[in-house]
Ligand binder design. Structure first.
Ligand code: XIL
Length: 375
């Protein structure tokens, strides 16, 4: 009789503790997955994104064997809100480019005021998961704060602002960011120098100054010129080639050229032309990196399965070209899954340009990269 009573009380006690623990776990903010800093200290755990029919190693392991980096652009908002996003990132990629968190207006929204917390989170995550960080971006004509664009600066004043910005940002991450996009998209479609606050107020040598200041700020960082639609051969890539050749000849500290590779299944550059372009840049002593790849499938008449195969071929060819080059250090995709691509909102139309679908499942493009890395 006594024993039965004891057992009854024990059961009630265990049930009570169970209810309290469950309520605590359900409370927002208590689960470790709701806290990005906390999560970044833990090994990535796969939950809903378990990759089912993959036979072998993840992309990052195969890339490492080949001596190159496979990267993804990462958005701080998705990163903070979505544990599956972080898991997939840590599992498949060994390089991380902050998609927006290091842009001028984000980092430096008021004169002398810097907001580093999102960028810090991404840099810490990368270091916790043995990933390299590709810094993006120091000098660009977009994403500039109003305080900068609305004032009529003298050349000297704007130089001072830019120099200070580069020193502050690169100085903060010195030793933690392996490579930086120093200047982004300075060349127009037909090859002329783009008009921007930088080129108009400082003059064309803002490019050279930016590289020199960047080298002073972190002498060990690799410094890239980065641009789009200059991947193959043509007027724009010729102009980029001439620009960086001039920098090299005058001993300006530039390490490489980033080929963004925002492309589509209809107008992807021919692999031979990309190979030839990379070759001539390598011959100047410059590294090359595919920095922002995505492949749009919108606006093509074929059934979706065929379009996804065509997309896979573009990824495969690009990786093959990079692997065959003397000095192509990596391939970064501009996002992780189709749920996060910038393309639909930027161009206002549906698309599916990345390696993973909206449910984070690998697409033919993913397997194409696996095959290219592990033939
Ligand atoms: C894009 C981001 O992906 C978007 O989220 C943002 O709204 C606009 O910028 N070239 C670049 C990138 O160098 O910084 C751009 O990123 C895409 C084009």
């Amino acid at each position: 009789m006594k024993i039965t009573k004891h057992v009854k009380w024990s059961i009630w006690f265990v049930l009570g503790v169970g209810v309290v623990v469950t309520l605590l776990l359900l409370k927002p903010g208590v689960s470790p997955l709701n806290n990005s800093r906390e999560f970044s200290r833990q090994a990535p755990a796969l939950s809903a994104v378990e990759l089912t029919d993959r036979s072998g190693l993840p992309l990052r392991d195969l890339a490492q064997r080949q001596g190159i980096r496979i990267g993804a652009a990462v958005r701080a908002d998705f990163y903070t809100d979505d544990a599956d996003y972080r898991s997939l990132l840590a599992q498949e990629f060994n390089s991380l480019t902050p998609e927006n968190a290091m842009k001028f207006a984000r980092l430096h929204p008021e004169p002398g005021t810097y907001h580093f917390s999102d960028a810090d989170d991404l840099v810490n995550f990368a270091s916790d998961h043995q990933m390299q960080v590709h810094g993006h971006v120091l000098v660009w004509h977009r994403n500039l704060p109003d305080w900068l664009t609305e004032e009529d600066w003298s050349r000297q004043a704007l130089e001072q602002i830019l120099k200070q910005h580069i020193f502050t940002v690169m100085g903060r991450y010195r030793g933690q960011i392996a490579a930086w996009d120093v200047v982004n998209e300075a060349v127009e479609r037909r090859g002329q120098l783009r008009k921007s606050i930088w080129s108009e107020t400082i003059g064309p040598d803002y490019i050279e100054l930016a590289f020199r200041w960047a080298h002073e700020a972190d002498p060990d960082a690799q410094l890239f010129y980065n641009d789009y639609r200059g991947e193959g051969l043509g007027r724009k890539s010729d102009a980029i080639y001439a620009l960086v050749q001039d920098l090299v000849q005058r001993d300006v500290p530039i390490s490489g050229v980033g080929l963004q590779m925002h492309t589509s299944i209809q107008d992807a550059p021919k692999p031979e032309k990309v190979a030839a372009n990379i070759r001539r840049l390598n011959d100047l002593g410059l590294s090359v990196r595919i920095t922002e790849m995505d492949v749009q499938i919108y606006g093509d008449e074929r059934p979706e399965a065929e379009r996804l195969q065509a997309q896979a071929a573009v990824y495969r060819d690009t990786m093959a070209v990079c692997l065959a080059a003397t000095d192509c250090t990596g391939l970064t995709t501009w996002g992780i899954s189709d749920r996060h691509s910038w393309i639909p909102s930027f161009f206002d139309r549906p698309d599916a340009p990345l390696l993973f679908d909206e449910a984070y499942q690998p697409k033919p493009a993913y397997y194409a990269l696996i095959e290219a890395l592990d033939p």
